[in-house]
Design a protein around this ligand. Structure first.
Ligand SMILES: Cc1cc2nc3c(=O)[nH]c(=O)nc-3n(C[C@H](O)[C@H](O)[C@H](O)COP(=O)(O)OP(=O)(O)OC[C@H]3O[C@@H](n4cnc5c(N)ncnc54)[C@H](O)[C@@H]3O)c2cc1C
Length: 460
């Protein structure tokens, strides 16, 4: 036992210190296998008071702490360099579902899919939904301000959060698990921790908004069009027809659909993969409204349009969308970007950037898909002559091409996975010097010893 392990052995129960070396090796590696970390000890506290003890000791002895949820953020953010790797998975209780205020209070280590299921069993809907929902945790979702499939209607994790419980770097606790929808008592401090990627404290619980279930009044549409610009026109049309009732509006490219249909050995819903595909869902609709919308789409020339006839078909279509990341992984290594742009500039960005990439890399193929309805895209550049890890030698030049265009079109270089280590160097291009200085002041004030997830996010 090393001296750091001994320190924690004196104040935690034995099962709060993880000793399974095989599991530890796995946890120290980023899911993409790009970052291999190290830790002096891996802790799995069973209570909030244990998290407080851990942080207090870390602060007293200047030991760094890296919180880890489901380890799905893919940018090195949850991979420690040394010190404590802090696993939150045992803090996974649902503390309360409060139907009157329409909120759930849940601990940070709960897996997102488990929370969705528990809420559904209680007759409610929790709209945060991502392809990684079977492993990502509520704390990680908040620490990255996760988005996903339903942002168009329900917003990102921050929009769903009413209250937080956070252990600060010195071990003190801020507990503000209020179901209040309004609270104007001076500065709202809670958003500081949302999107902070574990650099300011450890989120241990949250109070989140719930919504009515609309399963019986949801319509799902698959549209196949030859030209990308038609997807944008379709978005405008659907917005004018359904307004805020649109829940998801997903864009899938021909290349992404070909990969996924091949991998799952299924057909594309419309029988062909060519062109561009939109998977759109809206809620609180009626049979008459659905028919009117279908007729209008036909009239506007969207004749390759299908309406899901039942839950099974709907699930098959969503499976295609959600399986894309796995199908891509099998294709090989790529340079991935989770970017967002103003929706009205998406098409210009895609067309000009793909042309630029292909001018610079003869064997490049961009596989893109994403949440067109909120402007965010998974934009992954494959080099067909480098489908193994050797593609990373071109990462910087590809990133520079992509990010320069993203900025030119007023977009952002990180829309979902966070900054972590991967995009640290680019933060100065996104934030102004004044914003960076303020970030630094906040970090120093809350974490003067820089123990919380050091060398992540902050470019200094
Ligand atoms: C297949 C796939 C699809 C995805 N799709 C989407 C998508 O549609 N939308 C989207 O937004 N993201 C998406 N992601 C990214 C990722 O799943 C999200 O960022 C998720 O919110 C991360 O949660 P996690 O529990 O895995 O966090 P981790 O990866 O474990 O951690 C992420 C960061 O949060 C910190 N952290 C974790 N828990 C806590 C805590 N309790 N307190 C303080 N800090 C903490 C970590 O230190 C780290 O900095 C996807 C990822 C994959 C693999």
């Amino acid at each position: 036992m090393n001296s750091i392990q001994q320190l924690f052995a004196d104040c935690l129960s034995a099962d709060e210190i993880l000793t399974d070396n095989h599991r530890i090796r796995h946890l120290l590696t980023d899911q993409r296998g790009r970052y291999h970390g190290a830790a002096d000890v891996v802790l799995q506290p069973e209570s909030v008071s244990s998290v407080q003890k851990i942080l207090k000791l870390c602060s007293q002895h200047s030991i760094s702490v890296t919180p880890q949820g489901g380890n799905t953020s893919l940018c090195g953010a949850a991979t420690p360099e040394k010190g404590v790797l802090l696993l939150l998975h045992r803090l996974n209780r649902i503390r309360e579902i409060n139907a009157t205020d329409a909120v759930i209070t849940v601990e940070a280590g709960a897996i997102l899919a488990d929370v969705q299921q528990a809420v559904k069993r209680a007759g409610w809907f929790f709209p945060l939904s991502l392809a990684s929902e079977g492993s990502c945790q509520i704390g990680g979702n908040l620490a990255c301000n996760a988005g996903g499939l339903n942002v168009v209607r329900y917003g990102t994790a921050s929009a769903l959060t009413l209250g937080l419980e956070v252990v600060l770097p010195d071990g003190s606790l801020i507990s503000h698990l209020s179901p209040l929808h309004k609270n104007t008592t001076g500065l709202n401090l809670l958003p500081l921790f949302i999107g902070s990627e574990g650099t300011l404290g450890v989120i241990t619980a949250a109070t989140l908004k719930l919504f009515r279930l609309h399963e019986d009044t949801t319509a799902t549409l698959w549209v196949n069009v030859p030209h990308l610009r038609q997807c944008l026109d379709l978005w405008r049309l659907m917005r004018s027809l359904c307004g805020e009732k649109i829940k998801s509006f997903e864009l899938i490219s021909e290349q992404a659909l070909s990969l996924v249909t091949r991998d799952l050995s299924v057909q594309s819903p419309t029988g062909e993969c060519s062109g561009w595909h939109i998977l759109c869902e809206w809620e609180e609709t009626s049979t008459e409204e659905i028919q009117q919308i279908a007729q209008r789409l036909m009239k506007e020339g969207y004749d390759n349009t299908l309406l899901a006839q039942n839950q099974q078909q709907r699930q098959q279509w969503w499976r295609l969308r959600e399986h894309i990341p796995q199908a891509q992984k099998k294709r090989g290594f790529s340079i991935k970007h989770d970017i967002a742009l103003p929706i009205n500039r998406l098409v210009d960005f895609i067309e000009s950037n793909i042309a630029k990439i292909q001018q610079n890399f003869a064997h490049a193929e961009v596989i893109l898909f994403g949440h067109l309805g909120d402007g965010s895209l998974h934009y992954n550049v494959f080099l067909l002559d480098h489908l193994d890890q050797s593609v990373y030698q071109f990462e910087q030049s590809i990133n520079e091409l992509v990010y320069a265009s993203v900025l030119e079109y007023q977009g952002t270089i990180a829309a979902e996975h966070g900054i972590g280590v991967l995009k640290r160097a680019y933060l100065t291009q996104i934030k102004t010097p004044a914003e960076l200085a303020l970030m630094q002041v906040i970090k120093r004030q809350l974490d003067p010893k820089n123990i919380m997830n050091p060398n992540k996010v902050y470019p200094f």
